[in-house]
Design a binder for this molecule. Structure first.
Ligand code: SAM
Length: 283
């Protein structure tokens, strides 16, 4: 028998294309709750029937009515009903409605339980082949050229892998703007139709993908490698020596490595290293 904790808001991830990606836990919760808050009651109704989950009360909660729907849903939670929040696809509140409801529930001291499932950002990132140790999920950038350019400019120094959502008919414009603002050499990946029959990863650079993106159909995640580390120059000698000393290197080792890294003369690097290690301001 399925059970759900009373008065609990469950944030339930659902597939982004492949029905088999529903988790056992998500199925159990969806079968147990008396209420599901969802973006589109028809789409969620269809999903439930494909998953063979009996249909509970469905309450629509989308970008245009979330503010009004929060209070009645909170009242149901406070009365002890459990509620599942789902979106059309993927994880609720990730470039989808739900954040306001989650915030209101946490502010009211009500339990909020995540039931993790697929999300396009992680699905794309884990197989794209770009660094995953640090990434920035940007989601959708503004759709108009000016706003898009500004958003990209603000990201131009970021070192981490950038992950964008974009609608397929804007992919070409996005790639061209990104090539201009971030540079054509950056590695980039167009991840399309993830988990579906025509799943595809197009890998290249912003330059090559912008020149050859062709017609893009279906859903798309765009990933762009972070800003390359700028090689230090002679001007950075003092900072580099300081960092190496702080990392525990002896003045002579720090000087040698700093000279190699920056192209400065060893003698100058050594004088700096000695001065810094003795706490004297460099001359
Ligand atoms: N909440 C969802 C999630 O957790 O990924 C995202 C919803 S957002 C409104 C929809 C965007 O997610 C699409 O425009 C696309 O950029 C991306 N997306 C969703 N499903 C996808 C898929 N199967 N393949 C590629 N991108 C997908």
């Amino acid at each position: 028998m399925s059970t759900a904790l009373p008065g609990t808001l469950y944030v339930v991830g659902v597939p982004i294309g492949n029905l088999e990606d529903i988790t056992l836990r998500a199925l159990r919760v969806l079968r147990a709750v008396p209420v599901i808050a969802c973006e589109d009651t028809r789409r969620t109704g269809k999903l439930l029937s494909l998953l063979d989950v009996p249909r509970p009360a469905l309450v629509s909660l989308h970008d245009h009515n979330e503010a009004q729907r929060v209070e009645p849903l909170l009242a149901r939670l406070e009365a002890g009903e459990s509620v599942a929040l789902v979106s059309d696809a993927g994880t609720p509140a990730i470039s989808d409605p739900g954040f306001r409801l989650v915030r209101a529930a946490t502010e009211a001291g009500l339990p909020v339980v995540p039931i993790p499932g697929p999300s396009a950002v992680i699905t794309a990132l884990c197989a794209a082949g770009l660094p995953t140790d640090q990434f920035r999920f940007v989601g959708f950038v503004p759709s108009k050229a000016e706003g898009r350019r500004k958003a990209l400019e603000a990201l131009s120094e970021a070192r981490e892998t950038l992950v964008f959502y974009e609608s397929p008919h804007r992919v070409q414009a996005f790639l061209e703007a990104a090539r201009e603002v971030l540079g054509g050499d950056r590695p980039a990946v167009v991840a399309r139709e993830l988990t579906k029959r025509f799943e595809e990863f197009r890998r290249g650079t912003l330059g090559s993908l912008a020149a050859d993106s062709g017609v893009i159909r279906g859903e798309v995640v765009l990933l762009v490698g972070g800003a390359p580390e700028v090689a230090p120059t002679e001007d950075d000698l003092e900072a580099v020596v300081g960092r190496l000393l702080a990392a525990g290197l002896s003045p002579s080792r720090a000087a040698k490595e700093a000279a190699e890294l920056t192209g400065a003369r060893k003698k100058a690097a050594y004088a700096l290293a000695l001065a810094l290690s003795e706490g004297e301001p460099p001359s």
